[in-house]
Design a protein around this ligand. Structure first.
Ligand SMILES: [Fe+2]
Length: 385
C-alpha cells in the first residue's frame, strides 16, 4: 500500500519510562531535568485515591507546590489561574498527574511560563515559539495518551469551545507510566478512556497521513486493547490487563502524533465544548458510525482491524470482511458498558448543524480516509443519537 517514493518522518520528542513501580524513578527524572522547584497539577479524584500523595512522597526533599483542583476539560480560566501560581512559586519543572485534564493543564502552563500572552492565542499547530518548562506527565488513566502527545486540549467555556495547542514543544519531556496507578480507576472511566485509546490507534491506522512507523504502533496498540480492555473494566485489579491498557494507550499516542486522527475526534470537539459529552464516551459512541462511513475509503485496513479483534474474515469478499470491524467495535462497546447514544447527553436532531459545522474545519477531517461534506457529518451524528 505504501508507495516506495513516499518520504515520511517520525519524531518522538518525549522520553518514555514505562513499567510497574516506575513511579520510583521520579526523583531521578526530576534531577535529570534540573528540577529544583516543582509544581504538581492533579485532580480531586486522583487526590482522593491517594495517588497524588504517592507522587509527592517521591519529591520529599525537593520544594514543591500542588494544585489538585483541575476540572474535567480544563477551562482557560483555570489555566490562567495556575499560570499565576507557577510564576509566584517560581517553578522550574511541572508535573501533571491524572487523566488527560491534569496532564494537558501541566503541558499548557509549562508552555505559558516561557511564552508571552494568552494560551488562546496559540490554538493550532506549531504556533508556540519558545520551549516551555520541563514537564513530567504521569497518567492515571489508560486513554488520552496525553503523556506522549504533542497536543494539549482545553475548553473556553465562555465561548462554548474546545481547542488544541499542538507542536513538538508541547510534548511532555518525560512520560512516567506506572500501570499500578491505574488500578483504582472506576469501570466506567476505564471503559470510556480505553475506547478513546483504541480510537487513537484506529483512526491513525486508517487515515490518509498514516505511515509505516505509525501503522506498526497502531497494530500493537489495537492488539493490546482488544486483548485487555474487557478485563481491565470488569476486573479492575487485574494488573496484567491494566499494564496492557496503559501500554496500548501510550503506544497509540506515539502512533497518532505525526498522523492526526479522523472524524470521531473532529466531532468530539463540539460535543465536548457545548454538550459536555466526555471525550472518551463521545469517541466510543461515534466510532462505529464513523467506521461504517469510512469503510470504503480503506477497506483493506478495516479488514485487518476485524482480524486484530478476532473476527474470522476467511473467504469473505473484502467489503464484508471490512464490515466485521464495525461489528467487533459495537460488541466491545456493549461489553464494556459504553452509553448507547448521544441523546443520553441531551443532543438532539436540532443540534446536528451546530455539531457538523463545528467539526468540518478540523485538521482531523482533512486526513480522514473519505472526505465528508456537512451532510455526511450530520448523518454520522444522527445515527449516533
Ligand atoms: Fe482522544
Amino acid at each position: 500500500m505504501n508507495s516506495l517514493n513516499r518520504v515520511f518522518e517520525y519524531e518522538l520528542p518525549t522520553e518514555i519510562c514505562f513499567g510497574l513501580k516506575s513511579l520510583q524513578k521520579l526523583p531521578e527524572k526530576v534531577e535529570k531535568y534540573n528540577g529544583s522547584r516543582i509544581f504538581v497539577i492533579s485532580d480531586p479524584g486522583v487526590k482522593d485515591a491517594g495517588i497524588l500523595e504517592k507522587v509527592t512522597d517521591q519529591l520529599s526533599n525537593i520544594p514543591h507546590e500542588e494544585f489538585w483542583d483541575i476540572e474535567r476539560e480544563p477551562d482557560v480560566k483555570t489555566i490562567r489561574k495556575i499560570q499565576d501560581k507557577i510564576n509566584d512559586f517560581n517553578a522550574d519543572l511541572v508535573i501533571g498527574v491524572g487523566g488527560g485534564s491534569a496532564q494537558d493543564a501541566a503541558k499548557a502552563v509549562a508552555i505559558m511560563a516561557t511564552n508571552e500572552g494568552d494560551i488562546t492565542e496559540y490554538a493550532g499547530l506549531d504556533k508556540v515559539p519558545n520551549a516551555g518548562l520541563p514537564t513530567i506527565c504521569i497518567p492515571t488513566t489508560a486513554g488520552t495518551g496525553s503523556e506522549a502527545t504533542i497536543w494539549t486540549v482545553m475548553s473556553d467555556k465562555e465561548n462554548n469551545k474546545k481547542f488544541g495547542v499542538g507542536g513538538k514543544l508541547i510534548a511532555p519531556t518525560v512520560a512516567l507510566c506506572d500501570p499500578e496507578l491505574t488500578v483504582s480507576l472506576p469501570a466506567s472511566i476505564t471503559a470510556s478512556t480505553g475506547v478513546d485509546a483504541l480510537t487513537h490507534a484506529l483512526e491513525s491506522f486508517v487515515n490518509k497521513a498514516t505511515q509505516p512507523i505509525s501503522e506498526a504502533l497502531s497494530r500493537e496498540s489495537m492488539r493490546l486493547i482488544s486483548k485487555s480492555l474487557r478485563q481491565a473494566v470488569h476486573q479492575g485489579d487485574n494488573i496484567e490487563a491494566r499494564y496492557d491498557m496503559l501500554l496500548g494507550s501510550t503506544i497509540a499516542a506515539t502512533a497518532f502524533n505525526p498522523t492526526r486522527l479522523g472524524l470521531a475526534h473532529a466531532l468530539c470537539m463540539p460535543l465536548g465544548g457545548k454538550f459536555k459529552v466526555p471525550h472518551g464516551t463521545a469517541n466510543a459512541i461515534l466510532l462505529p458510525q464513523v467506521m461504517k462511513y469510512n469503510l470504503a475509503g480503506n477497506a483493506e485496513r478495516y479488514k485487518e482491524i476485524a482480524e486484530i479483534f478476532g473476527e474470522n474474515t476467511e473467504n469473505l469478499p473484502l467489503h464484508e470482511a471490512a464490515e466485521l470491524s464495525v461489528k467487533a467495535i459495537r460488541k466491545l462497546n456493549k461489553d464494556v458498558g459504553i452509553p448507547t447514544g448521544l441523546s443520553e447527553f441531551g443532543v438532539t436532531e436540532n443540534d446536528l448543524d451546530y455539531i457538523a459545522e463545528g467539526a468540518i474545519g478540523s485538521d482531523n477531517v482533512d486526513v480522514n480516509p473519505k472526505k465528508p461534506i456537512i451532510e455526511d457529518l450530520k448523518q454520522i451524528v444522527r445515527n449516533s443519537l
